[in-house]
Design a protein around this ligand. Structure first.
Ligand code: PHE
Length: 347
């Protein structure tokens, strides 16, 4: 009987590798280990054995059973892998192969120009050692205004037409400057961070105004930081985005959270400075607001204004996109017409 057991094991070992699919595997398993399988059939012959023989045979049969189970498990894994590989082979598609995509009548994908510029901005500042922070679109009065030195009833609140929630405490953030405060709460000086994101203002819409648009905030805090540090980073930003030296001018500008405050303009790239509808015929485009962080704002961020100082800027990203790609109406960026987006495919 022991010989028979060896025979069954041999037969099993010879055929297990030829099982080709998982359903076949289940059948094969039943054939050897199932209730009506070959091993059970042999074991039912144990009745006629002596006690001693029963012991030896039982132990051996157990060993055989375990060996079979192990081999089945191994083969099952192989079969599964083979099936996956076969499927991959059959369904493989090169998604960069445009002709094939076109043949199938499918649209190829690409990044929206806003996304491309946002990513470029992030890369530029990451390479200069800045962190990237994120924050909520639905903001409370404190972070959007109060902590930025704009208390209730301050006339500067009217500079930005705000979408208020009915509780009159929450709003859609009007500027990414809310992250100045949130960032300082998280970080001790010295720090450098940027915060890209959507902002909202209740504006009447035209070629250069949208109710939802994008800003890119930047902030640096440390010792003896000056306006020239700020100008350095802003010129680098513009040079890297446009891949050439860009003419800029700095004008005094009022923002309650900076002192002194500036507006930085750059030469309109749509008309080359001659004047057009986008630059309102002046030849210059307002790029951003910036300045040295007001001590009251540092204090609100938990920072000792006697020891530390810093600069902040808030860049209008949509306008930058328009300049880079020569788009003459900001509304093109948002209305979702595929004929517009398709021009910016990767190929
Ligand atoms: N938050 C200002 C705006 O939206 C821009 C700004 C940011 C100005 C940081 C100064 C410093 O107009």
């Amino acid at each position: 009987m022991l010989d028979k057991l060896q025979e069954v094991l041999k037969e099993f070992e010879n055929s297990v590798s030829s099982v080709k699919s998982l359903p076949e595997m289940a059948q094969f398993k039943a054939e050897y280990l199932g209730k009506k399988g070959k091993l059970k059939a042999l074991m039912s012959g144990m009745r006629d054995l002596s006690v001693e023989e029963k012991k030896t045979f039982g132990a051996k049969a157990n060993e055989v059973k375990q060996a079979m189970e192990l081999a089945l498990e191994k083969r099952s894994q192989q079969v599964e892998l083979e099936e996956i590989n076969a499927k991959l082979e059959k369904n493989w598609q090169d998604i960069t192969w445009t002709d094939r995509i076109k043949d199938k009548g499918q649209q190829s994908a690409g990044l929206h120009p806003l996304t491309q510029v946002m990513r470029d901005l992030e890369d530029i500042f990451l390479s200069m050692g800045f962190d990237i922070l994120d924050g909520p679109h639905i903001e409370n009065e404190y972070y959007n205004f109060e902590a930025l030195n704009v208390p209730a009833n301050h006339p500067a609140r009217d500079m930005q037409d705000t979408f208020w929630f009915t509780d009159m405490k929450h709003l859609l953030r009007t500027q990414t400057s809310n992250i100045q405060i949130r960032g300082m709460e998280q970080k001790d000086p010295p720090f450098k961070f940027v915060a890209p994101g959507k902002v909202f203002r209740c504006e009447s819409l035209d070629a250069s105004h949208e109710a939802a648009f994008h800003q890119f905030e930047g902030m640096m805090g440390g010792k003896d930081i000056s306006v020239s540090h700020m100008i350095h980073f802003l010129r680098t930003l513009l040079r890297e985005i446009f891949k050439k030296e860009i003419k800029v001018r700095l004008r005094p500008g009022y923002f309650p959270f900076v002192e002194p405050g500036f507006e930085l303009d750059y030469e309109c790239l749509l008309c080359g400075g001659k004047g057009c509808s986008v630059c309102k015929q002046v030849g210059w485009v307002e790029a951003l607001g910036c300045g040295m962080v007001h001590p009251t704002v540092l204090k609100a961020g938990g920072i000792d204004a006697k020891k530390w100082n810093g600069f902040a800027f808030g860049l209008g990203v949509d306008r930058l996109v328009m300049m880079r790609y020569h788009i003459d109406d900001v509304r093109h960026l948002h209305h979702g017409d595929l004929r517009f987006s398709e021009q910016f495919r990767a190929y």
